[in-house]
Design a protein around this ligand. Structure first.
Ligand SMILES: Cc1ncc(C[n+]2csc(CCOP(=O)(O)OP(=O)(O)O)c2C)c(N)n1
Length: 325
């Protein structure tokens, strides 16, 4: 692995820490029932999100799933609209109508995310195809869980993207579970990387939780899209720290042992990235200062969201599809 510069390492840590800090803010307040949106937390997946987003330019696009707090924060860097959206307030990024599961910010390249498994994959293939036709040089990324591979939409999109050679980066974030169902109960195949490798694509795999490693792989994958004019596919393993939906642990359910969590925690993305900064000679006090700034930004956004007005009644039917009846 080539050494990542100090500048990029700091940017990676800022992304990872922002995601962790923002989600801590959600956990601390969610139990007061002030945020009405179901929460699918990003904790554990930060290396993937930070690493891939760091390899993208602002104008490059991303689409994701209901588990996209991290993606929104890494792609936009903003927290005011994020938290107001969690609180369903008028100042929310989508006026309080999207909540946690439908985040978007096209101006920062976040095209959209969806609560319906696999639905943004064909949209991403279309966005990437449009970029190819327009010759604008943009790269599109689509993040999805391993459960999405069981949907026909994934295979149709993969085939279309490889046939038309669109500038698309597929990112499979594989935590081994679809809600509580493990791989053995779902997969009729041995290795997704082997299968996708038979398509006209560039395939990369990793189970690293080091944001620097993921950044390097994502950079290679993007360079390969440009060089070969074929889509790239990342198969990346991670461990979901919290329950499928909600802000607590779920080890008592019995589908996965806490010992696994403890093993993955030894290579926690935030811990690894903090260690990387220290190894690069960045001082502990400088890191703490950076963390303090991010925590303050999160606290301020939460306070603004708490005190923001609800959307006006007159806004209820604006920008939504509904049947008059
Ligand atoms: C089309 C569709 N089928 C079923 C569901 C219910 N559902 C929500 S999340 C989920 C599991 C998806 O697992 P995975 O894609 O691996 O993502 P993860 O939640 O692990 O990030 C399911 C089945 C849904 N939202 N959409």
């Amino acid at each position: 692995m080539k050494a990542v510069s100090k500048k990029i390492a700091i940017e990676l840590y800022k992304k990872v820490y922002l995601i962790r800090s923002a989600e801590r803010g959600i956990i601390n307040n969610y139990k007061r029932n002030v945020m009405k949106s179901p929460m699918h937390m990003s904790m554990g997946e930060e290396a993937i999100i930070a690493g891939v987003c760091q390899a993208l330019r602002r104008q490059d696009q991303a689409l994701g799933t209901y588990r996209s707090h991290g993606l929104y924060l890494a792609k936009t860097g903003e927290t005011d609209g994020f938290f107001a959206e969690m609180y369903g307030k008028a100042s929310g990024n989508a006026g309080g109508k999207a909540g946690s599961m439908f985040l978007s910010r096209p101006s920062a390249g976040l095209v959209g995310v969806s609560a319906v498994v696999a639905t943004t994959i064909p949209v991403a293939a279309g966005v990437a195809y449009a970029n190819k036709v327009k010759r604008n040089g943009k790269i599109t990324t689509v993040f999805f869980g391993d459960g999405a591979i069981e949907e026909g939409a994934f295979w149709e999109s993969l085939n279309f993207a490889c046939l038309k050679k669109v500038p698309l980066l597929f990112v499979c974030e594989d935590n081994g579970f679809a809600i509580h169902a493990g791989e053995a109960a779902r997969h009729g195949y041995k290795s997704i990387a082997d299968i996708v490798g038979k398509f006209e694509s560039n395939v990369f795999t990793s189970s690293s939780t080091d944001p620097e490693v993921i950044f390097e792989i994502a950079t290679k994958a993007i360079n390969m899209i440009k060089k070969t004019k074929k889509p790239s596919f990342l198969h990346l393993k991670y461990y979901r720290y919290l329950e499928h939906v909600g802000v607590g642990e779920d080890f008592a359910v019995g589908y996965r042992p806490k010992s696994e969590f403890k093993k993955w925690m030894k290579a926690d993305p935030m811990k690894l990235m903090r260690g990387n900064l220290l190894k690069k000679g960045i001082r502990e006090e400088a890191i703490m200062q950076l963390e303090k700034i991010i925590d303050k930004k999160v606290e301020r956004s939460i306070s603004l969201a708490e005190n923001a007005p609800d959307p006006a009644k007159s806004e209820l039917y604006k920008n939504v599809f509904y049947e008059k009846g």
